[in-house]
Design a protein around this ligand. Structure first.
Ligand SMILES: [Zn+2]
Ligand SMILES: [Zn+2]
Length: 360
């Protein structure tokens, strides 16, 4: 069988990749496929630095493949579309999040939750159908099937919109699916980092009453005055936690470090739900008693499907929601990773790719 035209004429690309588990990134030349019939090609302007990028660069989850070129919060402007592309044209403002492919035949894909497809192709560190490795957004351009392209609303700046493509959908999807999107509901957000601060903004836009739960009392003022949370609980303060028992309809737990679930479960009303979106490597201890006596639920959620991702970013546009970002040049990426590991960022680094990525 002959090769498809897009495989015969790869296009040169430039990015920054890690070549070993030190996780140190350096300029890296590679190629992307030519634009296929259903593909959209775009110049990358910005890419957010997600905590997953750090885990992958350093092989902390144990399945990184090198060279590893991270980035799945990617925004830019369309430069070319394939002959069968219907939704996009040159010049459109678009993005790509965590996925660039899936099987399109399983129940998950048919129900628009490609994010749960067992054959999903992730934006980096995954395998394309042609056997090549996927490379992410710390690079000059991107090409993906139009199903995986998201349109960025005109009123959202492309730098601040980028983190919505992972952090936004990761928190929006569970708020919707678990019914924590009704005005007047009481929603808790555990952890105030890249995911947590977006969760606060989205939950507020749904009209819920938001409580941030954190180990750091120093974050209280900003959580309330800048991010718009209604109240703040210091999880290490037993009196505060005791006083808030049984008050929340649901909790979005964004913490990826080991932490105790019991105190959080007791914050829930009967029938309340805690949804895990952070991913602690080691199992957490799950006390069953608070589940039984209050018919409470512990659940998990992973990003969202493409239809829902578009819905989320349109919702963000309508409510003028953007993450808080620190824009940094490409050659700052290793320093940014070190600072991210220490939690030293408010609240997401975004790489200024187009202005600062230069050939070595
Ligand atoms: Zn991510
Ligand atoms: Zn599928």
């Amino acid at each position: 069988m002959g090769k498809a035209p897009e495989e015969e004429h790869p296009v040169k690309a430039l990015g920054w990749a890690a070549t070993d588990p030190s996780g140190v990134l350096a300029p890296f030349k590679f190629s992307r496929r030519a634009t296929g019939d259903e593909d959209v090609r775009f110049k990358i302007l910005y890419c957010g630095i997600c905590h997953s990028d750090l885990h992958f660069a350093k092989n902390e989850w144990g399945f990184s493949k090198y060279p590893l070129l991270p980035g799945h919060e990617i925004t830019g402007v369309v430069t070319e579309v394939g002959s069968k592309v219907q939704k996009y044209k040159v010049g459109d403002r678009v993005g790509v999040g965590c996925l660039v492919g899936a099987c399109h035949t399983c129940d998950n894909c048919e129900n628009n939750v490609e994010n749960y497809c067992p054959q999903q192709i992730q934006t980096y560190n995954s395998q394309n159908t042609d056997g090549t490795t996927t490379y992410g957004g710390y690079s000059d351009h991107m090409v993906a099937n139009e199903r995986y392209i998201v349109r960025i609303p005109d009123n959202l700046p492309l730098d601040a919109a980028a983190p919505l493509l992972c952090a936004g959908i990761t928190t929006y999807s569970p708020l919707r699916y678990f019914g924590l999107d009704k005005p007047g509901m009481r929603v808790g957000v555990v952890g105030l980092g890249g995911l947590g601060h977006v969760a606060v903004k989205l939950a507020k836009a749904f009209g819920t009453i938001v409580t941030v739960i954190s180990t750091s009392p120093s974050k209280k003022q900003e959580a309330i005055e800048v991010l718009g949370a209604d109240s703040f609980l210091v999880s290490t303060n037993p009196e505060e936690m005791q006083a808030a028992m049984g008050t929340l309809d649901g909790i979005i737990d964004t913490v990826s470090a080991a932490h105790a679930l019991a105190p959080l479960l007791f914050l829930l009303k009967n029938n309340g739900k805690i949804v895990m979106v952070g991913a602690p490597v080691k199992p957490l201890e799950l006390p069953v008693f608070p589940l039984i006596i209050g018919r409470r639920m512990v659940a998990g959620s992973a990003i969202g499907g493409l239809e829902e991702t578009q819905e989320m970013i349109d919702f963000a546009g309508k409510h003028n929601i953007t993450p808080q970002i620190e824009v940094v040049p490409m050659d700052y990426v290793n320093t940014a990773m070190e600072r991210l590991a220490k939690g030293d960022v408010k609240y997401r680094f975004v790489l200024d790719v187009a202005n600062t990525l230069k050939a070595p």
